[in-house]
Design a binder for this molecule. Structure first.
Ligand code: SF4
Length: 147
């Protein structure tokens, strides 16, 4: 079985994050990584967007692609930050169009602590978020494990 290489791009506001939740969920194939259950997958790239408005989105995918990365995951921080990344859909479309790489929204399950504030703030009101949240929404039990 050949190994699929993936890359992770995180929101720069969490630039000092050591990737604890991302790497844990990758090991356990939880959240957005559940699609890899039973598959051989390797994280071959990890970087930030470079800070608003995401200058590194123009460069990082190319570098990852050169190292064999086929799928890029936007870390869950792009979805749960305050505010969620306003460019997320554009970034996805841009990478898929320019670099012909697949983009998956999210990494680890959304921690439960973000659910109530974002519901009250109506951060995810636009119907587009239904699709964007789907890979990492998970159930309450799992969200609490990532709090
Ligand atoms: S909100 Fe978006 S563009 Fe801004 S730092 Fe985070 S991921 Fe980058």
């Amino acid at each position: 079985m050949s190994t699929l290489k993936i890359g992770i791009i995180i929101c720069d506001r969490y630039s000092s994050c050591a990737g604890g939740k991302c790497f844990r969920s990758f090991e356990k194939k939880e959240g957005a990584f559940k699609i890899y259950k039973g598959k051989q997958v390797e994280i071959a790239g990890f970087t930030t967007c470079g800070g608003c408005p995401g200058g590194n989105i123009e460069n990082a995918p190319e570098e990852m692609k050169a190292n064999g990365v086929k799928v890029i995951h936007f870390a869950t921080g792009l979805v749960v930050g305050y505010p969620p990344c306003p460019y997320i859909s554009y970034f996805k479309k841009f990478i898929e169009t320019k670099f012909e790489m697949e983009v998956v929204i999210g990494t680890h399950p959304i921690p439960e602590k973000y659910i109530i504030p974002h519901s009250e703030l109506q951060s995810w009101k636009d119907p587009i978020w239904e699709e964007l949240l789907a890979p990492t929404l998970c159930d309450e039990k799992m969200r609490k494990e990532y709090n």
